[in-house]
Design a binder for this molecule. Structure first.
Ligand code: NAG
Ligand code: NAG
Ligand code: NAG
Length: 705
């Protein structure tokens, strides 16, 4: 029921960025010489003498969950014992994200935490855990000196790319019981205004002058906003403009200096306080502020660690994360919280996607968060290389893949086989050479790509499913599980049930239904929005996700459908098909249209019933053909013209290019109540239409590739 949740909506801005990455250096690098060929003579010997160890699995892969409630039919991970959630840090010493940071400082012996490059030619510089705590205390004290209360009701806006000041500001908030509210570009100016007003934000911290400008553009609509802190040096125009609106503009270093002069005793947040108000944008309406807590974040981190550790993926001070997915979203936040708790390092990209590959080469991250869009491009690039290469190369590559597949089946993951050395080395090197874990989330990844990359990269790739409302994730595949096509068992901090969805014929008794989540990782609701909260959270505490799931025999969850008619395409864009259909019916040639898309595809297709009153005459005048409706519908020229007209109408009707259908199938008979394709109230029966036209839909997608 959440308006826009299909598989993690955490990373819309991430997607946008990935979109930009598409044509850039990144892929050139990954593609360049992805395959090298060396003599195969030593291969066999080497292969026989190395004895790879399988991953230790925390549970039997054939049996990953238990039913814990006979009536609800809810299921929990087998890792949980006696139906108890695993959601608390060992001895209770870490209960907030402030505690987590101090824990990281301790276990790393005050190691490095945040790294950044001041310019492309300078190496990464690092700041230690304790130095961040000192600077955070100053920033917190500075905010208090500026009149902010150290209370759990004080919301502080941050409008910035990932960078060291972001991390410091976070810790400042947590140290003084304030709540961080990320603003980000893809929300659009209207939404930012709404957030500033709804959360009564008095202070916003910006990284760049342009962000301040964007805020000042709307300043007349945000009367409570009084203070803007700017990390970079303000231009004289900005200074003037801020002054003319009576905005108190100061730099980040001025705020720090102010706090240093007027120190404050820390007043750390409590476990049940909010840590972040995470606004999520929907396809329609204003964004909703998901209330995320310290307890919820830590529960999710602890549960994720419990799942990863047996598989040998223990995050420690030795680890480095490349931080480039937006911190405004829960997916990146969760990973960074995990790193900080573990005393690991976080290296920020320079903020320019063109330089991301350089940053990765230099940083050599061990942890690489990703989104399907990026992994799809890696796959395409490598495949192109293989297909263009000589037949010997292809043969060798296929042998390498086959060998890896064999190992994966035996739960072996490694990058020291001969195949890694001769075939996959370049691919692995393009990721810096040290990656030990790749995570993918925010949209489903095609099983084909996931399987292929697992063979190539030599480290675990795990897929998570979740939403901001569950602190980013609620299921994750187990390290070492070679299977694809499922999103794993529930995290040990929650249970999941599938609720009946009668009008779509999904029933819990058949192991299908709407995915509902309960546990400490479920959010508190939407900030100041009881109506939306009530839609998402029922009185028994179940979060209704709107995604349709299915329990597989081995107890893992598979996402199979979406309850509301909103879904995501492969690149992460939200699609509201009815809105698009309403635009297309404006074409005089179109009587009815059904838009279809799939989360594994990157474009839409449609089934169109041409208007029987218009089409015959039009065809005669325009194409000089006199045919029956049936004949016209199978006439490729007619289809071409109708598609062109729809695209034109779509453009003038304000559709984005990803909202335009890329192919259509013409059907001569109107959808009606009688033929079962409309409801008695004349709404399109989407499910029935999808079933009826499944072969045509499949054909259109095949031809589009
Ligand atoms: C889990 O079950 C699904 C469907 O029954 C099957 O395709 C898959 O291979 C199974 N995975 C494992 C690891 O047994
Ligand atoms: C703020 O703290 C008070 C007192 O501890 C608590 O009752 C309240 O629920 C908290 N509010 C939020 C929004 O965290
Ligand atoms: C229309 O089609 C008819 C029959 O195929 C043909 O004889 C005629 O010349 C065409 N007219 C035009 C304007 O192309």
């Amino acid at each position: 029921m959440l308006e826009n949740s299909l598989i993690q909506r955490v990373s819309v801005a991430g997607m946008m960025m990935i979109e930009k990455i598409r044509n850039m250096e990144y892929l050139k690098l990954l593609g360049a010489g992805a395959v090298t060929v060396a003599a195969v003579t030593t291969t066999t010997f080497y292969y026989l003498t190395s004895r790879p160890q399988p991953v230790l699995l925390p549970v039997d892969l054939e049996d990953q969950t238990d039913e814990v409630d006979k009536i609800e039919r809810s299921r929990m991970s087998k890792i949980c014992k006696n139906g108890k959630y695993i959601c608390e840090f060992e001895d209770g010493e870490v209960q907030t994200l402030h505690d987590a940071f101090k824990h990281g400082a301790r276990v790393s012996s005050n190691g490095k935490v945040y790294g950044w490059k001041a310019s492309p030619t300078e190496p990464y510089q690092w700041i230690s855990y304790n130095d961040v705590l000192v600077r955070a205390a100053n920033i917190g004290a500075g905010l208090i000196a500026k009149g902010l209360q150290p209370e759990n009701t004080t919301n502080v806006g941050i409008y910035s790319q990932n960078r060291v000041e972001y991390g410091i500001t976070e810790q400042a908030c947590f140290m003084y019981s304030m709540v961080l509210v990320p603003l980000y570009d893809t929300l659009g100016p209207e939404a930012c205004t709404h957030i500033i007003n709804q959360a009564e934000i008095k202070t916003v911290i910006c990284d760049k002058n342009v962000k301040v400008n964007a805020i000042l553009d709307k300043i007349n609509e945000t009367p409570n906003l009084k203070i803007v802190i700017l990390v970079e040096e303000p231009t004289s125009e900005i200074k003037k403009r801020a002054a003319s609106h009576s905005i108190d503009l100061l730099t980040y270093s001025e705020l720090e200096a102010l706090g240093e002069q007027k120190p404050q005793e820390p007043k750390p947040a409590k476990p049940d306080d909010l840590c972040v108000l995470c606004y999520t944008s929907g396809t329609t309406g204003l964004p909703k502020g998901a209330m995320l807590t310290h307890r919820g974040t830590l529960a999710t981190v602890v549960a994720a660690a419990t799942v990863l550790k047996p598989g040998g993926v223990d995050i420690s001070p030795e680890d480095t994360l490349i931080s480039y997915l937006p911190l405004a979203h829960s997916y990146e936040r969760l990973l960074e919280s995990y790193c900080v708790l573990s005393g690991a390092r976080i290296g920020f990209f320079q903020g320019d996607v063109k330089l991301l590959m350089d940053d990765i080469k230099e940083l050599q991250p061990t942890l690489f968060p990703s989104v399907p869009r990026l992994l799809n491009r890696v796959y395409d690039k490598v495949m192109n290389q293989i297909n263009e290469g000589s037949s010997i190369k292809r043969k060798l590559f296929n042998m390498a893949i086959a060998s890896k597949e064999n190992e994966l089946k035996r739960n072996i993951i490694r990058k020291d086989s001969i195949w890694d050395k001769v075939v996959f080395k370049k691919i692995q090197a393009s990721l810096g050479g040290k990656v030990k874990l790749i995570t993918t989330g925010s949209a489903p990844l095609s099983p084909k790509v996931l399987h292929f990359l697992r063979c190539c990269v030599g480290c675990p790739i795990i897929e998570g499913y979740g939403q901001t409302e569950s602190h980013a994730i609620c299921t994750v595949t187990l390290v070492g599980d070679p299977d694809t096509g499922n999103v794993g068992p529930p995290l040990p901090c929650c249970e999941i049930k599938l609720a009946d969805v009668e009008d779509m014929n999904y029933y819990a008794k058949d192991n299908k239904g709407e995915v509902c989540i309960k546990g400490p990782n479920v959010f508190l609701g939407y900030y100041r929005d009881p109506a939306k909260t009530e839609e998402a959270l029922d009185k028994d505490g179940w979060l209704h996700t709107g995604d349709i799931g299915q329990w597989l025999e081995n107890g893992t969850l598979k996402i199979i459908d979406r309850k509301k008619n909103i879904f995501k395409l492969a690149q992460g864009e939200y699609i509201a098909p009815e809105k698009i259909e309403n635009v297309y019916v404006r074409s005089q040639l179109v009587a009815q249209v059904f838009i279809h898309g799939e989360s594994l595809k990157s474009c839409l297709v449609g089934v169109v019933v041409p208007d029987p009153e218009v089409l015959p005459n039009w065809a005669k005048t325009k194409l000089n053909v006199s045919q029956s409706m049936e004949e016209l519908c199978s006439n490729p020229d007619v289809k071409k013209e109708i598609l062109a007209d729809m695209t034109k109408i779509g453009k003038t009707g304000g559709l984005h290019s990803f909202e335009q259908v890329k192919d259509i199938f013409l059907y001569p008979e109107l959808f009606s109540v009688e033929n079962g394709l409309l409801t008695p109230t004349f709404k399109t029966k989407r499910h029935e239409l999808k079933v009826k036209f499944q072969s045509q839909i499949a054909e259109m997608y095949t031809n589009l590739v």
